[in-house]
Write a protein that binds this ligand. Structure first.
Ligand code: NAG
Ligand code: NAG
Ligand code: NAG
Ligand code: NAG
Ligand code: NAG
Ligand code: NAG
Ligand code: NAG
Ligand code: NAG
Length: 631
């Protein structure tokens, strides 16, 4: 009986000590992680008092615990640590449930205990989807010693990979080479990662991608660059590269996705070419780094300056113009006064005749830098004339020098989208098997972009879509802005433009600095490793080298200004308008003179009639007076 009791006490002590060891181990494990943790212990079969003790110990550590996953919001996902025991019968349910609810993925963590003697390699655990992004530790407890092993498979077809994580013999030993999960998971061991390449410009691109020969850069440059970077990433990950081709980027039309996004969504591809982030797309895929800039631009030649402003008034500021007018008026008046004096002294045919019109004529001929045959004959008038001519000569030199420069100058007037919207130049967009233009324009609803959208795609009437060749030729002819991906346009510009025509090429960004980012399937186990390698590729400078190799730089002109361009009608347009106004004004004056003349004649005739009448009446009266005595 006594022996029984002693045995029982020893047994209980042993059991208690064993449980104490396990609980201490779990505690050390959580402490070693050093992360905020909520322990989810579903399906444990240890008995209430042990679990209670465990929970108590956790609470000392500041670790929350719960026996079900419910009641946690998704923003706490990274805090959850699932605790399971392979000895307990319910573990199968737990594992199956986790598989069907994707609980082995990032960011959930798992700690699974197994006891001495049990073979877990033939259990459900081995067939669970413990992919690259899973963080699962199998702790094998053998007496007072725990060995910890990390389990993962690079893909479902691979066998389970076991990695030592450390051991526990009362104190915790962590033997991971790196604490960062993705640094340990970088070897995908030949797993196939599929990239979807979006071919839009030419199907020849497929051949060039296959050969990596960097030819035909104007076609699908973004795709080629993205593929090169992806290739480097796959090499770093020891993954097998494969690619498929999609012919559109992917847009949601009537709830159905097309193109690359549809391929990624339906698991045909893991990742894809850079594309713009839209809220629709964010629901379907995750985005990581920008690899190749997608330069979607309005490209145009700056309209010549005469088109934008009146170049004849530009050389002088308003103040100078006012000063010239004031000077001319002053000179006219001065000449008028001196000429009245001249006339009183002597008279000859080439002299100012003392009227204001002669003074004005002389002044205006000075302003226009023309000679005039009448001139002042005396010193005061000549001094005035000389001063006026000298002042105007300096102004004239400045004016003509400026006009020559202005006639050749391209304007730099269109630099922003609002200026482009306000300008009168024609807007068009590229449309050769490319669909981005049909979607990009309708993405925005602010008034400036809506206005541009309506000018490219009018509500009634055909949309202004052109092929690249047509579009670039229209750019060359001027007063036309073409919206497209920059590479093919730049390439054609370099090929077809004359040197001087390249000088005034400008671009305006419609999507305002939006850039393409690499889409990856949202719950892809490779999301994070690909992200890490993309960052490494960018930090090492390989990415910018690829961008330089595959993108066409904006065309530069070498010989700026040394060319001759003839002055067209457009350049002298203000002068023509000025002359037309003059003609109209002279016709008006002509009719006014006619009218005045007619009126004067009428008035005279009227006066004559009245004089006549009065005369006749007077004669009558005289006659009457005369006739009276005669009667
Ligand atoms: C359990 O472990 C704790 C240390 O974490 C120790 O203080 C306690 O005495 C142990 N209890 C038993 C019954 O061994
Ligand atoms: C499976 O998980 C869900 C929550 O993800 C939970 O509601 C359910 O009770 C679990 N079932 C089992 C058998 O554990
Ligand atoms: C694994 O389990 C199956 C039955 O579930 C059994 O037929 C097979 O022999 C076991 N293999 C090993 C290596 O234990
Ligand atoms: C796994 O292997 C099977 C046949 O060996 C193959 O059909 C399947 O595509 C592979 N799955 C993956 C994800 O590689
Ligand atoms: C645990 O292992 C370490 C390293 O092997 C050893 O130095 C230490 O003495 C061991 N502790 C116990 C309590 O056995
Ligand atoms: C790459 O994966 C293969 C298995 O497909 C493996 O044999 C090889 O050792 C791995 N290479 C590196 C550098 O890890
Ligand atoms: C390339 O080929 C595909 C399928 O054969 C076709 O749908 C697509 O329109 C072609 N693209 C071009 C630019 O020719
Ligand atoms: C543009 O659309 C957003 C939401 O789609 C709306 O809140 C906003 O008022 C719209 N703006 C204009 C100018 O229509």
């Amino acid at each position: 009986m006594k022996a029984y009791v002693i045995f029982l006490i020893i047994f209980i002590k042993y059991v208690l000590a064993r449980d104490n060891f396990t609980i201490n181990f779990i505690n050390s494990f959580i402490e070693n992680e050093g992360k905020p943790t909520i322990v989810i212990s579903t399906g444990l079969c240890w008995g209430k008092h042990i679990e209670l003790k465990m929970v108590k110990l956790f609470s000392y550590l500041g670790v929350r615990s719960s026996s079900s996953i419910g009641g946690h919001s998704h923003i706490q996902d990274q805090h959850l640590l699932f605790l399971a025991d392979m000895e307990c019968p319910e573990v199968l349910d737990v594992l199956n449930n986790a598989t069907s609810n994707n609980l082995f993925q990032f960011p959930f963590r798992w700690l699974i205990l197994s006891r001495e003697g049990s073979d877990v390699t033939n259990s459900t655990l081995w067939s669970c989807p413990l992919l690259t992004d899973s963080d699962l530790v199998l702790a094998a407890i053998k007496g007072n010693y725990v060995t910890m092993t990390e389990l993962h498979k690079p893909s479902m077809n691979h066998s389970m990979q076991l990695t030592q994580r450390g051991f526990y013999n009362g104190s915790f030993y962590d033997t991971r080479p790196h604490r960062e999960l993705y640094r340990r998971r970088k070897d995908l061991m030949g797993t196939t990662v599929i990239m979807s390449n979006v071919i839009q410009d030419s199907n020849d691109t497929k051949e060039h991608i296959e050969k990596e020969d960097r030819l035909d850069l104007h076609n699908d440059a973004v795709v080629k660059g993205c593929w090169m970077v992806a290739k480097h990433s796959y090499e770093m990950l020891n993954a097998t590269r494969r690619h498929i081709y999609s012919y559109r980027w992917g847009y949601k039309v009537n709830g159905q996705w097309s193109g690359m996004i549809a391929d990624i969504k339906s698991n045909k591809a893991n990742t894809g070419t850079n594309c713009f982030i839209t809220t629709d797309r964010l629901e379907e895929v995750a985005f990581t780094d920008m690899v190749m800039p997608v330069r979607l631009r309005f490209i145009f030649r700056q309209p010549p300056l005469p088109y934008i402003a009146n170049i004849f008034s530009l050389p002088f500021s308003t103040d100078v113009w006012i000063a010239i007018v004031v000077c001319s008026v002053a000179a006219t008046l001065a000449l008028f006064f001196t000429s009245t004096w001249d006339v009183s002294m002597e008279r000859n045919p080439t002299q100012l005749d003392g009227s204001i019109s002669d003074a004005l004529l002389l002044t205006l001929s000075a302003v226009a830098q023309q000679g005039c045959f009448i001139e002042p004959t005396r010193a005061p008038g000549r001094i005035i004339e000389w001063f006026f001519f000298a002042a105007l000569m300096a102004l004239y030199a400045a004016y003509s020098a400026n006009i020559v420069v202005l006639l050749q100058a391209p304007s730099n007037s269109i630099r922003t989208l609002a200026q482009l919207a306000a300008s009168k130049i024609t807007l068009g967009a590229a449309d050769v098997d490319v669909d981005y233009n049909r979607f990009v324009f309708s993405l925005y609803n602010d008034s400036v972009r809506m206005g541009i959208y309506r000018r490219v795609i009018p509500e009634n009437g055909p949309p202004n879509f052109y092929s690249f060749d047509q579009g670039v030729e229209k750019i060359r002819q001027g007063l036309f802005a073409f919206h497209a991906i920059a590479e093919p346009v730049y390439h054609r510009i370099v090929e077809t433009f004359k040197e001087a025509e390249k000088c005034d090429i400008s671009q305006v960004d419609f999507v305002s600095g939006f850039d393409g980012f690499t889409p990856i399937k949202k719950d892809s186990p490779y999301l994070e490793v690909i992200r890490v390698t993309y960052k490494q590729i960018r930090e090492s400078g390989i990415q910018s080298a690829v961008v330089r190799r595959f993108s066409v730089p904006p065309p530069h002109c070498v010989t700026s200004g040394s060319t001759f361009s003839s002055v067209g009608l457009l350049d002298v347009w203000p002068v023509i308008i000025f002359m037309l106004y003059g003609v109209a004004f002279s016709i008006f004056i002509f009719f006014a003179e006619l009218l005045v003349h007619k009126l004067l004649i009428e008035a005279r005739r009227f006066m004559c009639k009245r004089k006549d009448l009065r005369l006749r009446r007077r004669i009558k009266i005289v006659n009457l007076h005369r006739g009276k005595p005669g009667k």
